[in-house]
Design a protein around this ligand. Sequence first.
Ligand SMILES: [Fe+2]
Length: 248
Amino acid sequence: MTVLAHLSDLHLDGTPESPERTRRAVNHLTGLPGTVDAVLITGDVADRGTLAEYHQAREALAPLYERYQVLLCPGNHDSRPEYREVLLGDCGTAPVNEVRDVADVRVLTCDSSIPGRSEGLLEPETLSWLDDALAAAPDRPSFVAFHHPPVTLGLPYTDRIGLREPDALAKILEHHVQVVAVLCGHAHTAAATSFAGRPLLCAPGIVSTALMPWEQDHDASWQTHSAPPALMFHRYEEGRLTSHVRAV
Ligand SMILES: [Fe+2]
């Protein structure tokens, strides 16, 4: 059995208040009497992508790193050079793609950010890396994780800035039947749908919760901060994935 805790969209902005909601999630996970196999964070770690925000993220997430494997990918609010410098300790500008074996599964975290843009794209370099990494372990159940959902979710604000060219990803997934599910963030609301014949699961937002059109007043914001932060647990055993949402 494998259990992944999945959180997203911390949007740490360098103010003293902003880590509070992240801390609630971190405390929940570090205070579990049992354990999970890894913690996945699907982007928008920072709000404006500054070095100070990543230093704040490193500090806020430190207790997680002490106890768990932590897997991260950037979102549209992240900035690759600063993200790399503080969180990865390198100075590149290439997409941040990583493959990690966690208990019985493989997790492939991909960089769907486009520098300077809000919408997402898996660059050709990322797609070919993904194809190769999946081909290298065809019998290992795998999860593909990145920030921007490759389908619309009925959220007017985020649907406009989703993943461009999702067909290129769908084509790759066609050749890799071991991909169990696609895991995303960006939506700021827990959402379950499908993509390329697999479950597509979006983690709720730590910083805020997006409102559906029927939950909004005309002039109101697309998001609310009055709902508690929340995360997901994805449990995979013997071919079956079950996902649970937990407010913290
Ligand atoms: Fe976000």
